[in-house]
Design a binder for this molecule. Sequence first.
Ligand SMILES: [Zn+2]
Length: 223
Amino acid sequence: MKTDETEPITTGCRASAAPEPDCRPSRGPLTVERIAEAKLPTEHGEFRIVGYRSLTSDEEFVAVAKGDLTLDEPTLVRIHSQCLTGDVFHSLRCDCGQQLTRALEHVEEAGRGVIVYQQQEGRGIGILNKIRAYALQEQGQDTVEANLSLGFAADQRDYQQCAEILFDLGLCKVVVMSNNPQKLTALENAGLRVVGRVELEIQPYESFANYLRTKREKMGHIL
Ligand SMILES: [Zn+2]
């Protein structure tokens, strides 16, 4: 096991520091605030957990990070949206839990990286509405139709503050662990340099085959 969990997380890459011209564009101060940081030993390795709060809403975030984070080195990152059912209960309605586990394993293997965990449950509709959407899916709707039936957009998520957290942690060049092109575009639009993408291999289950098909066909995911 690697023993670099005590290495400090390097900060930098703020608009005021601007060490690289193509780093964070000057868009005023960050709209997230770093609150606390601690060690986080896990089944997948030793990490650090950094807590953030939004300055524009009541949203809270955590970043699970490992290793020395610097401006120049391309760094593995994932923006993981909370999925209580998948992440905690290992639901086989979706592949979220598996993706989170793979991402932690990749960061541990690389010795450095960041997973930003945003609490936008159910693509931003909340856990109760997600259960409502599941009930609609049991009547034949797919994940997109169900969200629309409930009066929501297919995807309500916003990634701007996740990008700000990556800047705050000192990153500029990122290799994104995601199948969702919208996340890559959002990070690029925020000013991060996306220099690569890593596909997260998951074990396919029949129980979420339709879910993945919908994500591929209706949401443009690369699956
Ligand atoms: Zn999920």
